[in-house]
Write a protein that binds this ligand. Structure first.
Ligand code: ZN
Ligand code: ZN
Length: 347
C-alpha cells in the first residue's frame, strides 16, 4: 500500500525530471509504514468539483461545407481544461487535457494534428497558461502513449521556453518517470498544490500510462479506457493494467474517467472508422463501474470482438488475420467452383 500525507507541505520543485518526480513502490518503506501507523485514518481530500455540461463538437457529414473551429476549449474548473480537436480537423478527434498547479502545468497529449495553422494547439495552451513571476507557468508536455494521434502536436512546443516534453519511446518514458520495475509502481508529478499520479497501463500500447489527478479525482485514461474501441495489442498486459488501476483507485475518490476519444453514439454504437461526423455522441466520461468491469471483460475476451454498453473490446490484428483467412477460403472455394464448372462444360 502506498502511503503519504496529502495535506502535508509539498516541496517546491523545478522541471528537472529527477526533482520533478518521485517514485513510490508498492512495497512500503519503513518510513511509509511508520507514517501509516501514526495516521490511523487517512482521508483523501475531497475532489474539487467541475462541470462536464458541454456539447462537444460533433464534426460534420460534409466538413468542407461547414467550416469548424479546429479546437474546442472547455473549462472543467478554474485549473483544469479539456480541449477537443474537431472531428473535421482529424477523424481521431482527440481530447487533450491541461492541468494547472501553482508551480507548473501538465499537458496530457498533443493530439492528431501537427500543423499549427490547421490546429493552433500551442498558441491556445499558452493563452490558457497563467503567469508566474512575469513569465508563463512552466509546462510539462506528457503523453498517454506514443501513437501518433496523441503526440502529433509535439513539434509546436519544441522551441517554446519553459516547456519540457516527455520522450515517447518506452525507455525514455521509464527513465523520465523513474520506473525501474515497469509496469509496476507509480510515479508522482508535483505541479504545486496538485499531485498527479502516473500509472503504467500497457496493453493497448507498450508505452501506455494513465494519470490520476488528486485535485479533481479524475483518471485521464487515454486509449486504455474510453467510450469507443479498446484496441488490444497485448491482452495479458491489458488485463494486468486493468487490475493495477482498479487496485490503485480502490481507496481513492474517482469522479470521472476521461479518455482520449469518443467513438460511440449515445446508444453505444460505434461510428464508422475514419468518420468525421459524430452525431449524438456518447458522453465523454466513464465511471468506476466501467473500470471495475474491465478485468473480467478482458478475461472473457474471445480475442476478436466483444461489445459492452460503454466500450468495445477488439483486437485489430486478430480481426485482420481472421479476415485474411476468410478471404483465402473464399478464393479457394471460388477457384474450386470455377474449375469444376469448366470440367463439366468440357465433359
Ligand atoms: Zn492509441
Ligand atoms: Zn488514440
Amino acid at each position: 500500500m502506498k502511503v503519504f500525507n496529502r495535506n502535508g507541505p509539498r516541496p517546491r520543485t523545478s522541471l528537472l525530471p529527477s526533482q520533478f518526480i518521485c517514485v513510490t513502490w508498492k512495497v512500503a518503506t519503513g518510513m511509509a509504514l511508520s507514517a501509516f501507523l501514526l495516521t490511523p485514518t487517512l482521508a483523501w481530500s475531497q475532489p474539487v468539483p467541475g462541470s462536464l455540461e458541454v456539447h462537444w463538437n460533433e464534426g460534420a457529414s460534409d466538413c468542407s461545407a461547414t467550416p469548424q473551429e479546429p479546437l474546442q476549449v472547455h473549462q472543467y474548473e478554474p485549473q483544469t481544461f479539456i480541449l477537443r480537436q474537431s472531428p473535421c480537423a482529424d477523424f481521431e478527434a482527440n481530447f487533450i487535457y491541461l492541468l494547472i498547479g501553482s508551480d507548473k502545468a501538465l499537458l496530457i497529449d498533443t493530439g492528431a494534428v501537427a500543423d499549427p495553422k490547421a490546429m493552433p494547439l500551442a498558441k491556445t495552451i499558452l493563452e490558457l497558461l497563467p503567469d508566474k513571476d512575469h513569465k508563463k507557468l512552466p509546462l510539462l508536455v506528457a503523453h498517454t502513449h506514443r501513437h501518433l494521434d496523441h503526440r502529433a502536436g509535439d513539434p509546436q512546443f519544441e522551441s517554446l521556453p519553459s516547456v519540457q516534453i516527455v520522450p515517447i519511446d518506452l525507455e525514455g518514458v521509464r527513465a523520465f518517470y523513474g520506473f525501474n520495475n515497469w509496469p509496476n509502481g507509480t510515479a508522482h508529478l508535483d505541479l504545486g498544490d496538485r499531485t498527479v499520479d502516473v500509472i503504467p497501463t500497457p496493453g493497448h500500447n507498450k508505452t501506455h500510462i494513465a494519470f490520476y489527478d488528486d485535485r479533481t479525482g479524475i483518471l485521464f485514461s487515454g486509449d486504455f479506457l474510453l467510450p469507443g474501441r479498446l484496441l488490444i495489442e497485448d491482452s495479458a498486459a491489458y488485463h494486468e493494467s486493468a487490475l493495477r488501476v482498479v487496485d490503485f483507485l480502490k481507496t481513492r475518490p474517482l469522479t470521472h474517467i476521461l479518455g482520449g476519444h469518443i467513438e460511440l453514439n449515445a446508444a453505444g454504437r460505434a461510428y464508422r472508422f475514419g468518420s468525421h461526423y459524430h452525431p449524438n455522441e456518447h458522453r465523454l466520461e466513464l465511471a468506476r463501474a466501467d473500470l471495475t468491469a474491465l478485468p473480467t471483460a478482458l478475461e472473457r475476451f474471445n480475442g476478436f470482438y466483444a461489445r459492452y454498453p460503454n466500450y468495445i473490446l477488439t483486437n485489430p490484428i486478430h480481426n485482420l488475420l481472421a479476415l485474411a483467412i476468410i478471404a483465402v477460403a473464399v478464393l479457394i472455394f471460388v477457384v474450386w467452383g470455377v474449375r469444376r464448372l469448366l470440367r463439366r462444360r468440357r465433359g
